[in-house]
Design a protein around this ligand. Sequence first.
Ligand SMILES: Nc1ncnc2c1ncn2[C@@H]1O[C@H](COP(=O)(O)OP(=O)(O)OP(=O)(O)O)[C@@H](O)[C@H]1O
Length: 259
Amino acid sequence: MKVLQRVVLEVSKLSKSFQQTKVVDQLSFSIQEGEIFGLLGPNGSGKTTTIRMMTGHVYPDEGDITIAGIDVMHDSLAIKKVTGIVPDSDELIEDLTAWEFLSFIAAIRSIPKNIATERSSEWLTLFDLYAHRDRPLHSFSHGMRKKVQFIAAVLHTPKLIILDEPTTGLDPDMVIMMKQVLLKLKAKGSAIFLSTHHLDFAQEICDHVCLIKKGVTVAKGSLAFVLKKSKSIRLEDAYIYFTEREDREDQIDALLGHW
Ligand SMILES: Nc1ncnc2c1ncn2[C@@H]1O[C@H](COP(=O)(O)OP(=O)(O)OP(=O)(O)O)[C@@H](O)[C@H]1O
């Protein structure tokens, strides 16, 4: 018998302009539980703006966003309970140690202390950070900070995990492990939203992708569908096909010719 999956995130006809320039244009997609969805596109194509609307930090001009059936614009507190986010920046509370920071996150997520202690210890150990738990976060490298952000995002086992460039600064071992972690969270029923420029990584884990360019959707569907439509084997080739990337070799030669 086929088990019915539930839609966790529904984005419908979302638009946003800054200073009369549309940076997200009628974007629609949904993510079901147990699914990994990738939003892909060139720099400045509107990925982070979309995430900021999903997390209630930016108000859309048009469109609707619901997470676990809750309207993002009307109940941001309820949304925080069911969502975990790794933002694009690596900002943390600098003067806290990693342990203090995770204890603080656990407290605002209302996770009982004994559970928080156990989960934090396990995640820190998995990410090779346990020995560094009593160091202030301002002394952490970029990759270490991304790992702490990831742990903070999943500590309360959210229904939806939103990841903006989660692999930047991670070494290859950690990227492989991140992939394994995300696939296991998916198997446990989490819905995962991923924005990344790391296309091989996206190809290995995404079930569905949406490619955007200047805020406009240029391809959307299952990974297999998008690859087939562009007659590609690699997502990188599909990306180049749909975003109509220009070859800049002549421009590079002209620029370096002045040196
Ligand atoms: N607060 C803002 N005010 C004005 N313009 C903004 C603002 N935030 C984003 N933009 C513009 O919106 C466009 C989309 O930006 P966004 O950060 O969403 O892109 P992105 O796809 O996440 O890019 P990247 O891959 O470089 O992270 C860009 O042109 C950006 O300059």
